[in-house]
Design a protein around this ligand. Structure first.
Ligand code: 4AD
Ligand code: MG
Length: 487
């Protein structure tokens, strides 16, 4: 049978035939001669109004119960819905005790819902968020396919720490004793060890190798892009993030794209901007975005949909400025107003207060900040030379960008990748990495290396930006962050 969303989008071809609807009771109002209930199957918001002229049929209905109803779909005389179901048969499939049901009708706090993660998909907001995630992913696939990219599945288990930030989770079979000597370099010598190697000599390892959950698919995508030219993936990433912020999760999803034969950061920014414009255009009028922004407005916030839609169709490219220019702006603002806790200075990372000011007050919209100092960025970024926008000394800055957006801060990070073998080797050394660990990555430069670049976009941060949902913890069904028990 069709879902409620499908039913409402195209009412049954024969309006005289009874239809069947499955769902959960969201609310029920019983009067003497008629009863009303709202039934949701999660496919749409706000669900379907069911009308019981035989009040007896509604007797068993309580909030949260699962039901199967049969009846006729009719034009609704009431305001608030175009169609309603005039119920002729009702069956309760699963009862729900209104006394103990944790999801009472009263407003539930965000914290309460986090504690009841297994039930919170039943709320309007989380339901709308889940549908928004789904259609945003579909729009992403459309955009990349329309631009000649192919979707690849990259590994979750890896030996590399792509970002070099030491935020990896190490993995091991649960039958192994806890590791006491987690030294990836020393265990390299066990690579040819037979399965007879004792657990003692290779404690807590993945088949005798140190292994981690991936922090980013980038390096693997680069390998595939070196053959398939244009690739992308939307996959989970894991970071042992200690920061307890509204923007950080220990498990999050990242859209990453990588393509060969690009030689400018501008080019990479243009692809990011194109994807985001496509996403905004596809969603600004969706019922999910409407429900989510309405909820924000009800809390006293502004509905930013018109602003987001204007961005989608803005005639000019979104603002792009170099890190050097951004620091000059920040310094001038700080000199005038003493606004920041951390004084901005060339060579230092941008603090989130700096990022917020740039996006929310200075530009009042998305801003690509490009060409950061090499010392602030991972080893793989391409060193700028004399032709770069703000050349200082060779290698002082790298060909990269962060996209900052109001309300969220950093939404995307990307760069050209160093394709020149000697420079990459030098960068690996400078970052204190072991060249042997990157032998395969260096091969990509040795054999038919090509200029290439790409980016990574945090999917939960994207949902937060598009919907106004304040924390990324509410932008995924079952969030994982430091200190939270799993289910
Ligand atoms: O800036 P990051 O660390 O860049 C990379 O990992 C690159 N290797 C990506 C690439 O070029 N292929 O992460 C990219 C984005 C960030 O801009 C942010 O949106 C998101 O991933 N992100 C997180 N989102 C939620 N929780 C976290 N702990 C996140 N860490 C990064
Ligand atoms: Mg980053």
């Amino acid at each position: 049978p069709p879902t409620i969303r499908q039913l409402l989008a195209s009412p049954p071809s024969s309006p005289t035939a009874a239809i069947q609807v499955n769902g959960w009771v969201k609310s029920v109002r019983k009067q003497k001669k008629v009863a009303f209930a709202v039934i949701s199957d999660g496919s749409s918001e706000p669900g379907l109004q069911a009308v019981f002229t035989d009040v007896g049929l509604a007797k068993q209905l309580t909030n949260g119960a699962s039901v199967r109803l049969r009846g006729m779909l009719k034009d609704s005389p009431g305001a608030g819905q175009a169609k309603e179901l005039q119920v002729s048969e009702a069956e309760v499939l699963g009862e729900c005790d209104p006394e103990t049901y944790p999801m009472q009708k009263k407003a539930l706090t965000v914290e309460y819902l986090r504690d009841h993660c297994h039930l919170r998909a039943r709320t309007r907001e989380i339901g709308a968020m889940l549908r928004l995630r789904d259609s945003a992913a579909t729009a992403i696939h459309d955009y990349f396919h329309n631009n000649g990219f192919i979707h690849v599945h990259t590994p979750i288990i890896t030996s590399n720490d792509c970002e070099g930030a030491g935020e990896t989770f190490r993995i091991a079979p649960s039958s192994d004793p806890p590791s006491t000597t987690p030294s990836p370099a020393s265990s390299a010598s066990t690579s040819t060890a037979s399965s007879a190697t004792t657990a003692q000599s290779t404690p807590s390892e993945y088949f005798h190798h140190p292994a981690y959950l991936t922090v980013s698919s980038q390096l693997h995508l680069e390998a595939v892009a070196a053959a398939i030219s244009r690739v992308y993936t939307l996959s989970p990433c894991f970071r042992a993030e200690r920061s307890q912020t509204s923007r950080h999760l220990a498990e999050f999803w990242m859209l990453e794209a990588e393509w060969a034969f690009t030689s400018s950061v501008d080019d990479v920014c243009t692809v990011v901007e194109g994807a985001l414009r496509h996403l905004l255009r596809a969603h600004a009028a969706s019922s999910e975005m409407e429900a989510l922004w309405r909820a924000r407005a009800a809390e006293g916030g502004a509905d930013k949909r018109p602003e987001l839609l204007a961005l989608a169709d803005a005639p000019q490219p979104w603002t792009r400025l170099t890190y050097t220019a951004a620091v000059d702006l920040l310094k001038a603002h700080h000199a005038r107003t003493n606004a920041f806790v951390f004084a901005p200075d060339w060579g230092k990372g941008l603090q989130s207060e700096h990022e917020r000011w740039l996006a929310e007050e200075h530009v009042r919209g998305p801003v690509f900040v490009t060409d950061y100092p090499a010392s602030l960025k991972p080893f793989y970024m391409r060193a700028n030379d004399a032709s770069s926008p703000d050349h200082r000394a060779p290698g002082a800055t790298v060909a990269c960008f962060d996209l900052l957006v109001p309300g969220v801060g950093e939404l995307v990070g990307g760069s050209l990748r160093e394709e020149r073998l000697e420079l990459l080797e030098a960068a690996i050394e400078r970052h204190g990495l072991d060249r042997a660990d990157y032998a395969w990555y260096l091969d990509l430069r040795r054999y038919g290396g090509a200029p290439h670049g790409g980016f990574g976009l945090g999917f939960e941060r994207l949902i937060s930006w598009m919907s106004g949902i304040e924390s990324v913890r509410e932008c995924v069904a079952m969030p994982r962050w430091a200190g939270r028990m799993l289910l």
